[in-house]
Ligand binder design. Structure first.
Ligand SMILES: [Zn+2]
Length: 464
């Protein structure tokens, strides 16, 4: 059944409905206010949100003050330029899944997936006082059990990971393990001490978040060590050993829920897509840098699922140098209408922040402002929201981006100046970017033109 089928529509009072009259305000760029080309006619660019409010004095009382803080220049507005509350739950009960055990072991000194990314993020949030808010809980998750890992992984692979982690080379059935056969031993996926414990703990974090959401114990859960979206059923790939998004999703599907997965990591969410490619119970959407220019080299517009899952895999490949405006335009054209049509009970988002323009491994050009607008879109669209981490390899950027993400989830706005202790240890000054990506207008314009064609094709393929 194609997701366009109206039989998929259900009445759920908890479902946040996407209003086609609503669009996401895109980040302003000075060029539109000065001499540059006029903004495309089907969306509106404001130089400042305040300007938008001034032009709508008569509806000022409807403006949600929380969302229009000077620190969050994005909001949801209607085409009539009315800022809406949009069922925003500033008192969402937010859980942050973390334990120091997550950053004790890693892939090695020269590997980009440094555990310090997690440690610094936790410290920055803590020093902002984020965990002291009355609607916030920090929960130390247990590791995923072998049975839980087996929700998506083969028993043989789980054993292989355990044996390699312990320094062994033979399975119980005396199979000699060739690490390369299971994706290990390459630069991407080295075998490291406590690998099994560390990686099953990440999966445990995401699964615990899913359980808390399903049991009604929170409204949003952030498993920031998760998002290991490249792992396959029987092999490791792209720094990922266990596919925690798929494990959490599969568990929720077995509870009878409809789950939509939206992956905004700069890399295609190939592992999650592959594990649900033939089912209509899970909608997977991935926005990523075009596979012709980046690992894992997959995720093209016409890859849409198979069998019962036809139409339930959605791919939005973006060109290198895609900036905030173009990215958010593409997101807004595709993701909200698909989520509305699918009517998910839970949205799982993979919030890799390697989309940042300073990321050393990829070439998309988002700023923290664009990333925050994405987080706010998820906040508005998700009835229940399981947020996962993912990529992001610039140690200066990742803690700031995920701090902004958890601020959106828990309804908190943090001062722009970084806390003094954090600054003293790690440097930096501001939470939000104060610079633009070094892109020429010609490059931005070229990407914008090409992106319109790509989005038109996605819409055609998925009947939007
Ligand atoms: Zn990535």
């Amino acid at each position: 059944m194609h997701p366009a089928d109206p039989r998929h529509k259900r009445d759920d009072p908890h479902q946040v409905r996407f209003d086609p009259e609503v669009e996401i305000i895109l980040p302003a760029r000075q060029r539109h206010a000065v001499a540059g080309p006029a903004p495309p006619s089907d969306y509106t660019v404001y130089s400042e949100l305040n300007q938008c409010i001034r032009t709508e004095k008569q509806v000022k009382s409807q403006v949600d003050i929380h969302r229009t803080s000077v620190y969050t220049p994005y909001t949801i507005v209607t085409k009539r330029r009315v800022a809406l509350n949009f069922n925003h739950r500033s008192t969402r009960r937010a859980v942050f899944l973390s334990t120091p055990a997550l950053w004790e072991h890693g892939h090695g000194k020269n590997h980009p997936l440094k555990p310090e990314r997690l440690k610094r993020t936790f410290e920055l949030l803590e020093e902002y006082g984020a965990f002291a808010a009355p609607n916030v809980q920090v929960i130390a998750p247990p590791s995923a059990t072998e049975d839980e890992l087996a929700l998506v992984h083969s028993r043989n692979y789980i054993e292989v990971v355990r044996v390699l982690s312990e320094g062994g080379a033979w399975t119980e059935t005396r199979e000699y393990i060739s690490p390369m056969r299971y994706g290990f031993g390459s630069g991407d996926n080295p075998i490291f001490p406590e690998m099994y414990e560390t990686e099953s703990l990440k999966a445990g974090g995401s699964l615990t978040g899913a359980k808390l959401l399903v049991n009604g114990e929170c409204d949003v859960a952030f498993s920031y060590s998760g998002g290991m979206h490249h792992a396959m059923a029987s092999y490791a790939s792209g720094f990922c050993v266990f596919n925690d998004p798929a494990i959490a999703i599969q568990w929720m599907v077995e509870q009878g829920l409809r789950v939509a997965y939206v992956d905004v990591d700069v890399h295609h969410g190939d592992g999650v897509e592959a594990l649900f490619y033939d089912t209509d119970r899970v909608l997977t959407i991935s926005l990523h840098q075009d596979g012709r220019t980046l690992f894992p080299g997959t995720g093209f517009v016409h890859d849409i699922g198979e069998g019962a899952g036809t139409g339930y895999a959605v791919n939005v490949p973006l060109l290198p140098d895609t900036d905030d405006e173009t990215y958010l335009w593409a997101f807004n054209q595709i993701v909200p209408p698909l989520l509305e049509r699918f009517a998910a009970d839970v949205i799982v988002s993979q919030l890799g922040v390697d989309t940042h323009y300073k990321d050393p491994l990829a070439h998309i050009a988002l700023t923290t402002a664009g990333q925050t607008a994405l987080f706010e879109a998820f906040d508005a669209l998700a009835p229940r929201w399981l947020a996962l981490g993912g990529g992001g390899y610039n140690l200066d950027v990742v803690p700031r981006s995920w701090t902004l993400a958890f601020g959106v989830m828990s309804g908190q706005t943090f001062p722009d100046e970084l806390p003094s202790g954090y600054r003293a240890r790690y440097g930096g000054r501001w939470l939000r970017d104060h610079e633009e990506p070094p892109l020429s207008e010609a490059a931005r314009e070229y990407v914008w033109q090409r992106t319109q064609d790509m989005v038109a094709e996605v819409k055609k393929v998925h009947r939007l």
